[in-house]
Design a protein around this ligand. Structure first.
Ligand code: EPZ
Length: 417
């Protein structure tokens, strides 16, 4: 296993370009199952989770060329409708193949994803929605079996905002008979990206990106080409890297409007942020102010930026109250941040960070994707040396993060553990 060695205390300077979005690319890859032919997906990031999704598609019979930037997916050869546990357990998002396989073949068998470090992450709303579309669902031996001659449009109201659930049902409804309305749908930009490629494939979708999505089923979808949107969470992570090191960087290729909630909170904390034609300049202040955040579904403060923001608040003057309202166990980074000398107390889903102290480098361990990013950020700001182990978590969602940070002047190297 690899680890990162970081010598902290350097102010980041210079330019960095954001890669394509992991959380847009994954459902977009899955949507190719609904077509039969060659799909060309551009701006795909080189990530472990992309490689896993490619393995899932190949296990179903698709032919895939490339694993990053341009990826060609020929879905004409898909002949299996089973996604096995060993693949789904590596990456939960693979469960999204269930609806498209069911829509295309009338039957599907997909392993239940199981939980992960940040929570139980059930898929009950996915399954309830598929049943509303007419699927017969049975659960046995850890697998979901689904059957439906042809899915029929329905009105579906989500009890809670679910990104994966909204994506799953938008894909399943695309070729269902009649109209489907998704109410209380999630509004994340990645959902709009998925809708765009589905529309290019011939789907009829209105309202993606709002909380009500209308889908008129069409008989079939045809292959498409599409450029994946920039990764807003990678962009937000680099914004915090500049803020936490008192640096001054320019981030290219990001869409600042995808991160309004984060930008406003960083500005409240004293970070200077200006943007001009897709280049965002971020200048860290001499003194950071403590700011409270509550994670919320989009357009609220993104849960995927909570751990990174907490690392920043460790250095701010005063206190910061951080409440995590999306996942039940997303404070795994707290115990590792304490090893840097941070002062953080957790009460239920709320963490209180007392800032105003220097962080000192330490050996720490990554536990999940965004927690790992938070440890890297703390290491950049801490004095002395930090070693972050188990960075396979980081490689799931950040393309060559150490190269990009080194390009900004950070003293960071990857070594074999
Ligand atoms: C997506 O996960 C993202 N992953 C997550 O990013 C992100 O944190 C999350 O959305 C929230 O924004 C991908 O897009 C691949 P949800 P998803 O369904 O779809 C509960 C990262 O770091 N829920 O919106 O799984 C669920 O337990 C990852 O890149 C149900 O109860 O998230 C959670 O508490 C981490 N029943 C809440 O809803 C369901 O059927 C939000 O989950 C579905 C979800």
């Amino acid at each position: 296993m690899d680890k990162l060695i970081i010598k902290g205390g350097r102010r980041l300077k210079g330019d960095v370009t954001v890669s394509g979005s992991k959380n847009a690319a994954l459902p977009i890859f899955v949507a190719t199952i609904l077509t039969s032919g060659m799909n060309e997906i551009g701006n795909v990031p080189f990530l472990r989770d992309i490689n896993t999704t490619i393995k899932v598609l190949e296990s179903l019979g698709a032919r895939v060329e490339g694993n990053g930037h341009l990826v060609r997916i020929d879905s004409s050869g898909i002949n299996s409708h089973e996604a096995t546990y060993d693949l789904v357990k590596t990456m939960r998002a693979s469960v999204l193949v269930l609806g498209p396989l069911l829509a295309r073949f009338g039957t599907a068998r997909v392993s239940l994803p199981g939980g992960c470090a940040i929570g139980a992450r059930p898929i009950n709303l996915h399954l309830k929605g598929l049943q509303a579309l007419g699927a017969e669902i049975t659960l046995e031996h850890g697998y979901v079996e689904a059957r439906a001659k042809r899915l029929k449009g329905a009105r579906i109201n989500f009890d809670i905002s679910t990104v994966g659930g909204t994506e799953h049902l938008m894909m399943a409804a695309a070729t269902a008979k009649g109209e489907t309305v998704l109410e209380n749908a999630a509004r994340e930009p990645e959902i709009l990206d998925l809708a765009q490629i589905l529309i290019r494939m011939g789907a009829r979708i209105e309202g993606a990106g709002t909380d009500t999505i209308r889908i008129q089923g069409v008989p079939e979808l045809t292959p498409a080409s599409y450029e994946v949107m920039p990764d807003r969470i990678e962009a937000g992570t680099f914004m915090i890297a500049a803020a936490i090191t008192g640096g001054d960087i320019k981030i290219h290729g990001m869409k600042p409007e995808h991160l309004d909630a984060l930008v406003f909170k960083l500005q409240d904390a004293g970070v200077e942020i200006t943007s001009r034609d897709n280049v965002v300049r971020v200048k860290g202040p001499k003194k950071l102010r403590g700011v409270n955040i509550k994670t919320r579904p989009y357009p609220g403060f993104p849960t995927d930026m909570q751990a990174q923001f907490m690392a920043l608040m460790c250095l701010s003057e005063g206190a910061s109250v951080i409440s995590e309202n999306i996942f039940e166990n997303r404070f795994m980074h707290v115990s590792e941040l304490l090893r840097f000398g941070a002062d953080i107390t957790v009460e239920g889903n709320t963490a209180t960070v007392k800032g105003g102290r220097k962080l000192s480098g330490a050996p720490v361990m990554a536990t999940d994707l965004r927690a790992s990013a938070s440890l890297v950020l703390a290491g950049l700001a801490a004095d002395n040396t930090t070693e972050v182990s188990r960075i396979y978590h980081l490689d799931r969602g950040y393309e060559s993060i150490e190269k990009k940070l080194a390009g900004l002047g950070a003293d960071i190297v990857r070594v074999q553990e």
